[in-house]
Write a protein that binds this ligand. Sequence first.
Ligand code: FES
Length: 358
Amino acid sequence: MTEQNEYPESGRVPARVIGTPPADAPIEEHDPIHVPAGVEGVIPQDPVKVRKAERMVAFLFLITFLAGAAFIAAYVIFQVGTIDKTAASNYALGGTLALALLSLGAGVTVWVRQIMPKYNLVQERHLMASDGDTREYVKETFLQGADESGFVKHRLLRRTLLLAAAPLGLAPLVLLKDLGPLPGTSLRHTVWGEPMKGGKPRRLVVEGTGQPIRAADFNSPGGILSVVPEGYEEDLNALAKATLILLKFRPEEIKSGTNKNWTIDGIVAYSKICTHVGCPAALYEQTTHHILCPCHQSTFDAADGAKVIFGPAARPLPQLPLGIDEEGYLVAKSDFKVPVGPSFWERGDAEAEVREKA
Ligand code: FES
């Protein structure tokens, strides 16, 4: 170890210097600023600048408080559901939280850079546990740092920091609300089971355009459409469970796994929600009738009840019972007979029950 890394005053021999090496000429030699006794190399901040910085930090902490409170208010005010409402909620939550964290970070940065004193820091490294002298030195340094931070001395800063942190501390608690309530039986049902006004069955409409579909118009074998329930075209919660894929087969192509009583002129509807972990499964290979889920490559045979032929999914895509209304449009005769999407522990053996009744 070289001589320049030794501390003759303290009698301790440092193993290594961390950070910028000490300047060739000690700062004290050419810096006229008063150095407090007992604190080597400390350069106190200009008191005028400190007062100015204090006001700036307090202002930033107040912004943090207001943005944090606005985050909680936005969580209550902006309800998710439709695409527009969900987007507004995301913008409000993201914007307010970002502003709160930015202003908090800026406030702490100004505090450290313009209020706390500056000095050269030399840190020692030891291969083994530190001795008693060193631990005492660390303790003193920590207490010195706490004193220099001015947390006790600057009452305005201390209070505005605590004020700023309060809403941010509460924010995670507010988000806990999303863990409940328990879903009850809602995972077993979709909106396909709800009739329209006047008791009419619910039509299938094309995703994106909202066009209802006549069985006679969907007449090209090998065709596929992404379909949603009429009246719920923008309801993301409903669509997360109710979106369908509609496929057209020649009658001779449909195998025994598909419930033919639920088809109309070779048109079959399956849930688009993969039974593995819920990705949209809609990559379709016309020649093999395979539906592929892009997430983990589960593959379903659309001509044979969408049974699993490859991949981690454990059960077929549920089939929706199709009907036709008096105007020739495709409608849902009822809800799915089994829950859609990933399996869950209260599901029981719903598929076996359906197979027994079929
Ligand atoms: S979510 Fe479809 S294979 Fe995993």
